[in-house]
Every structure is written in C-alpha cells, then in structure tokens.
Design a protein around this ligand. Structure first.
Ligand code: AHR
Length: 529
C-alpha cells in the first residue's frame, strides 16, 4: 500500500514487475489478443474540501517561434481571417477552451523585454533581436495593449512576467502603473495617449523568470533580496490588487524554495516552479512522433515524478508557512521533444501525439490533489511551442490531442476536489520508476454534478474499472473518450481530425456501483447523472 497523502488519492497496487510485464506481453502476443485487466476506484465524497482553482488550467504565451506571430497574432492587414489582428480560428478555439489565465511575454524572453518598446504607433516601435530564441527579429507589434486586450476578449486573467534580469525597478514599477492606474499619473496619461482610457485589471505579476538561469544566473540569496526590492515598488492602483509571484525553482532544486521561503516569506503571494517532461537538457530529447512503447512508458514515469517534486517543495513551504498563505505556482510544465525536422531549432516547434495527451491527463490528476497549495499551472505553451494546444501553418490550424484533454477536463475548473482510492496494476519502467496502469480524478462542480476522469495508460490491455460511487445516487453516466489506433498518432494539417474525442457509452450503474470498460490507451471523462 502506498499512501500518497492524507486526504489525497490513495493507490493500492498489485505489483506487475518488468519480468511479469514482458511475459504477459509475450503471452498476449502469442495468443494474438490482449487480456482485460481490472481496477477499482472508491470515491470519498464525504472528504471533499478543496476547490480546484480554474487557474490550474492556465496557459503560457511567449515571444518564441510562432507562438505570438503567426499563432495568436497575424495583424489587422493579414489575409488570414482575424479579429482586430488576432487569428479568428485560434481565438475561437481558445474561447471554447475557457482559458482561465494567460502568462506573457515569457519565459526567458521576459527578462530581455522592455515593455515601452511595445506601445504606441506600431511604425515607431523599435525592433530587437530575440537572443533566447533563434535570433529572430522581434518588431514589437504585439505589446501590452495587444496582450491585455486579448485577455479581455478571452475573459481570462492576465499574468505579466516582469523583467528583473535586465530591467530596472523603475521600468517594472512604471509598467504596473501604465496598466493599472486610473488616476492622473504620468503612465496613465501615456496609456490614454495610446488609445486606452480605462486601466486594465492585472492580477498576476511575476517578478522575474528562471532567475537562476536565463533570468540572470543568480543565487537564491541574491534573488531573494532583488525580489524584495522590485516588488516593493509594484503598487496596487485604484482597486487593482496584485498577486506577486517570485521566480521559483527548477525541478529538483529544493534549496531555491527553502531560501525564498526563508528570506522572502509572506512578501510573496506565490512562488513558482518549473518542471518539464524531458529526457535531459543535452543532446537529443527524442522525436515527438517517433518513439517506442518503452519510451512511452518512460515518459509517463517522468511525467508522474512531478508528484514527488511537488510534494517535496510543498513540505518545505509547509515548514515556513503552515497556514499555506504562499501559493505554489507551476507556471511552466509539459513535454519537451526535439524540434520538428526542417524547423528553426530555436523555435521549439513540436508535434503532439496521444502520448502528450496522457502527460496532460496524468498531470491534472496529480495537480488536483495538491490544490491546497498549488494554485496555478501554465502549460508551455499555448500555440506552436512545446506541448501546444494548437498548431498553425499559414492559414491552417489543428487542435492537438493535448487541446482535447484540456477540453475534456474543463469540467474540473473551480469544482470541489473529491479524493479517491484507486487499486490497479503497477508497472516498473526505465530509470527505476513505477507507474500505475490507471490514473483518475474526480470533482463536484458548483451545480452539484460529479465528473470523473480516467486514463488507462496500458498500451495493450483494456481495463474493467469498478467504481464505488459512495452514495451519490447516480442513475447514469455520459462521457467522452479520447484514444487512437497508435500512441504515435497525431493531428496533421492533412489529417486534422485523426485524434479527437467521441461520445463514450461503456458505462453501467447498478446500486451505487459503476462499471466502465476503458479501452487500451484511452482517456475518458464522465458525468454522473
Ligand atoms: O518554455 C520555454 C522556456 O523554458 C521558457 O522561456 C523558460 O522559462 C524555460 O526554460
């Protein structure tokens, strides 16, 4: 029995070691059919307490490759259909996704970005070299107004990532004033001159990004002092209340979190964390669309390791802040593969398969458990970069399998988390990791509807899942399933609907016991009725 945490999901496992797994594969193959496995889930509806903040479904848009230019923004004069310069197809797809928060302008780009270059008449805006991302020329035609107006149109919270690495305290303080001051202040006047009378509401402000690396190569002690200094001058104007986020650790750097909690503590509202599902920072990371079953399982092991990483950062935060006043903000996560052949290696453009969809679903299942401390997560990135929701090429657009997972999981936004107990097979995978063959999460939405999402990660075997509904009195369940013939399947511009959810009906309910058959490599969300 492995108890993950007090009120969280509990996993009981029937161990399936590699040897057993190989022999079962051999047996199955020799019989030309794969076995059906079983799993059980018990919902603890009486223990539900914490809300899953909608910001767990956050997005991230950086001036990187074609995320902004060509992805979100084509300009008013483009022959690609657009709404005031924003691509119509992408905008509509994002609107449907109910994006709760959008982080911008970076990433690494943020610490070289000077916001004043991106305001005023477009023809006067200076060009710069995007040193972090392929040396591309940035013409600053997408700036503060274009970003904040997009957030207003999407109905999402903006998350501004401020420049601490190469910017000044004055520059960041003035940016906050420009965006949020209603009064007769110098920056509010400048904003009005540039055509925007009313101040925007800006909630989330990042004070630097990856300050240990591309954001200034700092030591945590030095950054802690800089955070204190920069954040002092980022004021709350006219009813706008900033939620200030300190630049946090990468992956396993627990010392960074410790020093920040010790030296900054309650001066920050949130502390960030970055974790990528990546095989290493040097050399090949593997192709996005060509991988073996072994690579697939390794990916899920690496993805699931985020649970241990979150737990360890949370434990340190708990030592300094048992009341959980400082939030953990996972403001970059997702898969990182080799760039697609023929594309600029600095643009981080990668395809997105069913494997990526599993990284999304398994990650959400974990994030929900820690929402007593984890208050935001921003996948990297929204369009055309890393594990994107959307890919574009000229006039064409495709929605990725990851987009569909976000859509299927939307029902958990702002719902009450329901802890669950899960019993299923475990598999040993490369690099000494173990993964459960089934992953699940459940929540109750503000209207009282219960949703359960489940992933059968087993590449070959279906799972018969028995769910104890613990007195929910549900009579039936309706849902959607995302799967495909191959784990390597993806949506291309030629075949955009290759991997797409369809209605799911394999559910039976009898006296509080729900039985559901999950096909191999499938992701399902059901609603109890
Ligand atoms: O998301 C791509 C990059 O990854 C970001 O710019 C940076 O913060 C991280 O290293």
């Amino acid at each position: 029995l492995v108890r993950s945490r007090g009120l969280g999901d509990v996993y009981k496992r029937q161990t399936m070691n590699t040897k057993l797994f190989i022999s079962s594969i051999f047996l199955s193959t020799s019989l030309s059919l794969f076995a059906q496995k079983s799993a059980t889930i018990t919902l603890h509806t009486d223990q539900s307490e914490q809300i899953i903040p909608k910001e767990i479904y956050g997005q991230f848009a950086e001036h990187l490759g074609t995320c902004i230019y060509g992805g979100l923004w084509v300009g008013e004069n483009s022959d690609i259909p657009n709404i005031n310069g924003y691509r119509t197809d992408v905008f509509n797809a994002l609107k449907e996704l109910r994006v709760p928060v959008l982080r911008w302008p970076g990433g690494c780009f943020a610490d070289e970005y000077h916001w004043m270059d991106g305001i005023g008449p477009k023809e006067n805006r200076p060009k710069m070299v995007n040193n972090n991302w392929g040396g591309t020329i940035e013409d600053n035609s997408f700036g503060t107004h274009e970003f904040l107006n997009l957030c207003e149109m999407l109905g999402c919270e903006p998350y501004i990532s401020g420049n601490v690495g190469s910017g000044t305290v004055e520059e960041l303080a003035k940016w906050v004033e420009y965006m949020t001051s209603e009064g007769d202040s110098p920056m509010a006047r400048l904003r009005r001159q540039n055509g925007r009378d009313k101040a925007w509401k800006v909630k989330y402000l990042g004070v630097g990004n990856e300050s240990w690396g591309c954001g200034g190569s700092m030591r945590p002690e030095y950054y802690a002092d800089l955070y204190r200094r920069y954040s002092t001058y980022c004021r709350n104007y006219d009813g706008n209340s900033l939620f200030k986020i300190a630049s946090g650790a990468s992956d396993y750097d627990y010392n960074w979190t410790k020093v920040l909690m010790d030296r900054v503590g309650g001066r920050m509202h949130g502390l960030s964390l970055h974790y990528y599902t990546v095989s290493g920072w040097n050399g090949s990371k593997g192709a996005a669309t060509q991988f073996s079953k072994d690579d697939y399982y390794w990916t899920l092991g690496k993805c699931r390791e985020i649970e241990d990483v979150i737990k360890k950062h949370c434990t340190i935060m708990d030592e300094y802040d048992p009341q959980k006043n400082v939030a953990l903000m996972l403001d970059e996560w997702g898969t990182w593969w080799d760039t697609e052949p023929g594309t600029n290696p600095g643009h981080l453009y990668q395809q997105n398969t069913l494997r990526d969809a599993f990284v999304a679903s398994l990650s959400f299942d974990i994030f929900h458990k820690y929402t007593d401390r984890l208050k935001m997560a921003n996948i990297a990135q929204i369009v055309n970069v890393l594990q994107s929701m959307i890919l574009t090429s000229g006039k064409n657009m495709v929605l990725t399998p990851t987009y569909y997972v976000f859509k299927m999981y939307n029902v958990h936004q702002d719902a009450t988390y329901i802890p669950l107990e899960l019993n299923c097979d475990m598999m040993d995978v490369r690099d000494n990791r173990r993964i459960p063959m089934v992953s699940a999460t459940a929540s109750k939405d503000p209207n009282g509807k219960i949703h359960i999402s489940m992933s059968n990660v087993d590449a070959d075997n279906a799972q018969e899942v028995t769910i104890n509904l613990s007195g929910t009195k549900a009579k039936k369940a309706v849902g959607e399933i995302l799967t495909s013939t191959n784990l390597t399947d993806y949506n291309s511009f030629e075949n955009p609907d290759n991997v797409k959810p369809v209605p799911f009906k394999e559910v039976k309910i009898n006296k509080d016991i729900l039985k559901i058959k999950l096909p191999a490599k499938s992701i399902v969300t059901i609603e109890l009725q």
